[in-house]
Design a protein around this ligand. Structure first.
Ligand code: ATP
Length: 591
């Protein structure tokens, strides 16, 4: 398959500001892709070579890429550096540099997707002494035969900056349309994706063997599943109403969610966004190794005070996110794992079992680890009355929890779903309305005065999964320290795009636009009806969206969340309604 087909599609997608067109371009591309290449093309579209959990990176330093561009374009390194300063992007630099290049290699090898993919694969697998030089040679071998546009995308990919800004959902829609002619089959694909996190394999199965083979994709050891998520409630009564009157109530600890895969080959840990984080917690790996069976477990890893054993807040886990000095951090910031679910045991999925059945199995597994200090079953009780939940909640808060999770006793584990089978009841909901909200940065205004040269305010959006759009909900300018401003300015630079992103909906005019990528946590005093922000528009009142009033950055960048994991527009609606209920107002009273 010609690589140029891919490049043309990427170009078209980069230029459109229509969300529907993005899907259409992908459908057309899939239609032209040979079946045995579907998985590779799917990964390339996602800007990767393999599913994320494989943790495979190309690992090329900027300097090396510049050298590759220089050698293939015939320009000097200084010239390439100058171009880079001008464009601020190595892909664009490659495009520019190669544009003025003369004749390509004397006997160019054809640029096929197969060739590009396998060269990238070699780059990723080359390691050890002298590997940077070898990687450079491999990249140059491609650039030597590539057109300037192809070079642009090759380098963007190599640098991990090929962001087409499309959600996985768009790819799922396009696959369903391309191979079954019916978008509603996306559900089947989505389910397979939820239990395997491997869109490429699902796509290949679909293309080669049809929908039934995708339907039979099962949870597998060492392939992380997308986690089940919780809705919010504000009172214990509401929680019980949602739960058929009786529910499991668990501590909601403030740590990091980890998915543990333990088999004969060893142990792997995955984060909430399914990245491999085994290296952050070698002590946890050792503790769970003692478990007798092959398992997939979920739990919250929490830092504890080395002296008192008390739970510490989430921030303390940051000491573990480093490449060096993990040993030292392990000693000063010990962690414990509080397990709350089991999804797989000795070759079989357990997701179809009820909450109570899974909890029983989980208890056996935890006991088999014989390490009560470090490997614990999360505190739990069964409640039938709101007072019982309230009482348990006070204990939880006293122990340093954010609140409680309330779970339906008869519920199965639904990978990737946010439903009322699990609800969270947090302390903050009860005293005032201000729960934290996670929003995506989609635009910015230039700063003035003390903020000159930085961003003065950021435009934030909620995510609407139904339309797959990021809908603006507020502009935030407070809560930032000088350090934050500096960091945001630098970190957002790579996400700057020349126009509003095709998946962004807003009535606001901005100085700078970003592709939706970075999620931050904000707190606001209130949610109000808004004529200018389209979040959840028409849900409460025709012609109005919802906006946050007096938002403030909490200081937390949610780098454990993808843009699509941001607070959903619908959640704003339910928060808005709850706020009215607490204030004793009717919806018509508006704001
Ligand atoms: P939040 O921003 O409130 O932490 P979230 O959007 O990250 O929420 P939710 O599913 O809404 O994710 O909230 C559940 C999160 O709470 C889980 O991802 C997990 O990290 C954490 N947690 C703590 N204790 C539990 C528990 N007992 N059961 C499930 N999740 C728990």
């Amino acid at each position: 398959m010609d690589f140029s087909l891919l490049v043309e599609t990427f170009q078209q997608m980069g230029q459109t500001s229509s969300r529907i067109a993005l899907t259409d371009y992908l459908v057309a591309l899939f239609a032209k892709t040979p079946h045995d290449l579907i998985d590779k093309v799917t990964y390339l579209i996602q800007g990767k070579l393999y599913p994320d959990y494989e943790g495979i990176e190309l690992g090329l330093a900027d300097k090396m890429v510049m050298r590759a561009i220089a050698s293939s374009s015939g320009k000097s390194l200084t010239e390439v550096e100058r171009l880079y300063q001008k464009t601020g992007d190595l892909g664009d630099t490659a495009g520019e540099a190669m544009r003025s290049k003369g004749q390509s290699s004397l006997y160019p090898e054809p640029m096929t997707v197969e060739r590009v993919y396998s060269t990238f694969d070699k780059v990723a697998r080359t390691s050890g002494a002298g590997s940077q030089e070898q990687k450079l040679k491999l990249v140059s071998s491609l650039l030597n035969d590539a057109t300037s546009e192809e070079s642009r995308y090759i380098i963007k990919f190599v640098m991990g900056q090929l962001r087409l800004g499309i959600a996985d959902y768009t790819v799922l829609d396009a696959l369903a349309l391309a191979f079954t002619g019916d978008k509603s089959n996306r559900k089947v694909l989505e389910n397979a994706y939820n239990v395997s996190s491997d869109l490429g394999t699902a796509a290949r199965l679909l293309a080669a063997n049809g929908l039934e083979s995708v339907r039979s994709m099962q949870v597998t050891l060492f392939k992380p599943l997308r986690p089940m998520l919780a809705e919010r409630v504000i009172t214990a009564e509401e929680a019980l109403e949602r739960m058929e009157g009786r529910a499991g109530v668990e501590f909601k600890l403030d740590g990091e969610r980890v998915q543990i895969h333990k088999g004969r080959q060893g142990v792997e840990l995955f984060s909430r966004r399914l990245e491999r984080i085994t290296g952050h917690y070698p002590d946890l790996v050792d503790s769970v190794r003692m478990i007798k069976s092959d398992v997939i477990l979920e739990g919250e890893v929490v830092a504890v005070n080395a002296q008192t054993g008390e739970y510490l807040p989430f921030q303390e886990l940051m000491h573990r996110r480093r490449k060096h000095g993990v040993e030292e951090a392990m000693e000063n910031y010990p962690v414990v794992i509080n397990l709350f679910d089991i999804l797989y045991l000795d070759g079989q999925s357990k997701m179809h079992l009820t909450y109570l059945e899974r909890r029983k199995l989980l208890k056996k597994v935890v006991d088999s680890a014989k390490n009560k200090e470090k490997v614990r079953l999360i505190e739990q009780t069964i409640a039938e009355k709101p007072e019982e939940i309230e009482r348990f909640m006070t204990v939880a808060i006293e122990e340093g929890c954010e609140g409680v999770m309330i779970k339906q006793l008869s519920s199965v584990y639904r990978a990737g779903a946010r439903e009322y089978a699990w609800v969270k009841l947090k302390r903050e909901y009860r005293s005032d309305l201000a729960d934290t909200i996670d929003l995506v940065i989609i635009g910015a205004l230039h700063g003035r005065g003390r903020r000159t040269g930085k961003y003065g305010a950021l435009l934030l959006a909620a995510y609407d999964p139904k339309s797959d759009m990021f809908q603006s909900a507020t502009k935030v300018g407070t809560g930032f320290t000088d350090e934050h401003l500096e960091q945001f300015y630098n970190n957002l630079e790579k996400h700057v795009i020349p126009h509003r992103h095709a998946r962004v909906e807003t009535g606001m005019e901005m100085d700078v636009w970003f592709e939706p990528a970075v999620v931050i946590e904000v707190i606001a005093s209130e949610i109000t009806l808004s004529p200018s922000h389209p979040a959840a528009k028409n849900s409460v009142r025709e012609g109005f969206g919802l906006a946050l009033r007096f938002p403030k950055f909490t200081g937390k960048v949610r780098d454990d969340k993808n843009a699509e994991d941001a607070t959903a527009s619908e959640e704003l609606v339910s928060m808005y309604r709850k706020q009215l209920k607490v204030a004793g107002k009717s919806e018509d009273a508006g704001n």
